[in-house]
Write a protein that binds this ligand. Structure first.
Ligand SMILES: [Zn+2]
Length: 471
């Protein structure tokens, strides 16, 4: 063996030894962490758009029914304002309201762009995150399509991110911002069931990948985001037959995920959580405030209807909306905006219910670069359109195409205090007491409760630990 080869062999040997030592250290760290935890595997399934009224039906289905009867649950979980998916999931995983974590809408504020980027990146969430604490403690963490997770420093990650620019495709984005090894493993095994991000194919893939992750990786914290129910609710209404079928499929999927834990030999050491981020409200009218702003000269467009200048702009959160001023000192624009919105509120048929100032929004625990928020009445939602002949339009179901993003008949994003607008939390398994009914809670209480289950501490947060634990 030449000297050079000897050096290389020694270096390789040292690397193997170092690798082994690292592995042992990691295992020791993990075992120590587990001693402080109430469970070894926390499997969180977010059922997007889970409505409290779904429980009537789900209580007839085997898997959810079993979780409820064996654990703790609440059907009166309050969401946050605005009750949109990315803000909600950021609150769930941090225990904080949007004024602290900073994710105050799904989309980034990009005026004049019809399909803006979303707050996909973990850096968009400014609070301490449960999954970061878990990794630091030596736990294995996996996530499947959980929002605001692109670029997260966890072991197994397929983030929710999609292309918005022409010519871009989803796979490179997932590989760049997720964990390529795991994403490729899952794609090689189950990628053929996918049709872009169309449902129910995406759900089928997610459930298969979740089962694979449990069996092969046995994560200590797993976060799974299922969007099928949300999809059908938006397109067909909150309680359409398609939604019912999707709930039946979801119950089956939950059963399969639990069964995967059984097959992996970790069932007795696992805690299963099924939760919702917000409920849903049926809508039949669309409000396009930017069309009113354009009419008032606050938005200017060119011959192609592209925005060339703006002084005020409405960024929709569907059931609510955020109004931005280009220049916060522009009092003339501010007065015009208030006048337009006050007139709409006076007109009982407009669907605009309320306007909140920045100061008033502090009590609603949402702050951002916007000047106002507006809230829609039940049956109405806000859109970005700046080119509509009427500010308020009936959603024409004759033009309805389930894959057209222009039309919705079910929406969320409303004030979480709206009537019949609560979501659900269910937890069962290791560390959780049987037969607990939680009268009232908020999604911000979930983060600190998960932290306690895993023996972690999120620090000073807005939410409170919910007492669901075994004595
Ligand atoms: Zn959602």
């Amino acid at each position: 063996m030449s000297d050079r080869k000897k050096v290389l062999a020694a270096a390789a040997g040292a690397a193997v030894a170092a690798g082994a030592a690292y592995k042992i250290n990691k295992d020791i760290k993990n075992k120590k962490a587990l001693k402080e935890a109430l469970t070894e595997h926390l499997i969180i399934i977010s059922l997007d758009g889970f409505h409290s009224r779904d429980l009537e039906m789900l209580n007839e289905l085997p898997n959810i029914k079993k979780l409820i009867s064996e654990g703790a649950y609440s059907e009166k979980v309050k969401s946050i304002y605005p009750s949109v998916t990315y803000a909600c999931h950021s609150s769930i995983i941090t225990g904080n309201y949007p004024d602290k974590h900073g994710v105050y809408n799904n989309e980034k504020f990009q005026p004049g762009i019809k399909s803006p980027e979303w707050n996909w990146y973990c850096r968009d969430n400014k609070s301490v995150k449960l999954y970061d604490l878990a990794v630091k403690k030596g736990f294995k963490v996996g996530s499947l399509f959980w929002p605001v997770m692109a670029g997260a420093n966890i072991q197994y990650n397929i983030p929710e991110i999609w292309p918005i620019k022409e010519g871009e495709s989803q796979v490179p984005l997932i590989l760049k911002y997720g964990t390529p090894k795991f994403a490729l493993e899952a794609a090689a095994l189950y990628g053929k069931v996918l049709k872009g991000k169309k449902q129910p194919y995406l759900n089928t893939f997610t459930v298969k990948a979740a089962k694979y992750m449990i069996k092969r990786k046995k994560p200590n914290l797993m976060m799974v985001h299922l969007t099928d129910v949300d999809h059908w609710r938006h397109k067909y209404g909150a309680f359409h037959n398609y939604v019912k079928q999707s709930l039946i499929d979801t119950d089956k999927a939950i059963g399969e995920i639990i069964e995967a834990a059984r097959q992996a030999g970790i069932y007795d050491k696992s805690t299963f959580v099924v939760l919702g981020d917000h409920a849903f409200i049926d809508v039949d009218h669309r409000i396009s405030l930017n069309s009113a702003f354009r009419e008032a000269g606050l938005i200017e467009v060119n011959s192609k209807d592209e925005i060339t200048a703006w002084r005020a702009y409405c960024s929709h959160c569907d059931g609510s909306a955020q109004i931005f001023l280009k220049d916060s000192q522009d009092d003339e624009a501010r007065e015009k905006v208030v006048k337009i919105i006050e007139a709409l509120i006076q007109d009982k048929s407009s669907g605009v219910e309320k306007i909140y100032t920045k100061e008033e929004l502090k009590n609603k625990r949402v702050t951002g670069d916007f000047e106002f928020m507006v809230e829609a009445k039940i049956g109405y939602y806000f859109s970005y359109h700046w080119n509509r002949p009427q500010v308020v339009e009936k959603v024409d179901l004759n033009d309805f195409d389930p894959y057209d993003s222009e039309y919705y008949v079910g929406m969320h994003g409303f004030d979480p205090d709206k009537e019949d607008y609560r979501t659900v939390f269910i937890a069962a398994g290791k560390g959780v007491k049987q037969g607990v009914h939680i009268e009232d809670m908020c999604i911000v209480d979930e983060g600190p409760t998960f932290a306690k289950l895993l023996g972690l501490d999120l620090g000073e947060v807005d939410g409170q630990v919910v007492d669901i634990f075994e004595d």
